[in-house]
Design a protein around this ligand. Structure first.
Ligand SMILES: [Zn+2]
Length: 93
């Protein structure tokens, strides 16, 4: 499992923020997408919350659909349009 992420050492949301990356979330159902508000996410879930875990539990705040994540260096480019999206987490089963 961990092999997939071995090339980049960005496995937790804390590390993503720490290394200056932005995390973008796009909904596959309704097409809405925006940068994730990493600071508030870290405040809620803790810096050690992992990306695979986030992928499993995140849902679109607008329609509840599955979302995809992409990362980019926050300092490298302009932010895409849209307000930071609050992630809705599905309850664990
Ligand atoms: Zn949606």
């Amino acid at each position: 499992m961990a092999d997939k992420y071995a090339a980049v050492h960005l496995n937790t949301i804390g590390q993503i923020a720490e290394h200056g990356y932005a995390l973008r979330m796009d909904c596959r159902s309704c097409g809405k997408g925006a940068d994730v508000d990493l600071d508030s996410l870290i405040a809620r879930l803790g810096a050690e919350f992992t990306l695979p875990e986030l992928r499993r539990h995140a849902a679109c705040p607008h329609c509840g659909g599955a979302v995809g994540f992409s990362m980019r260096l926050a300092a490298a480019g302009t932010k895409p349009d849209g307000h930071p999206m609050a992630i809705r987490l599905k309850p664990r089963r």
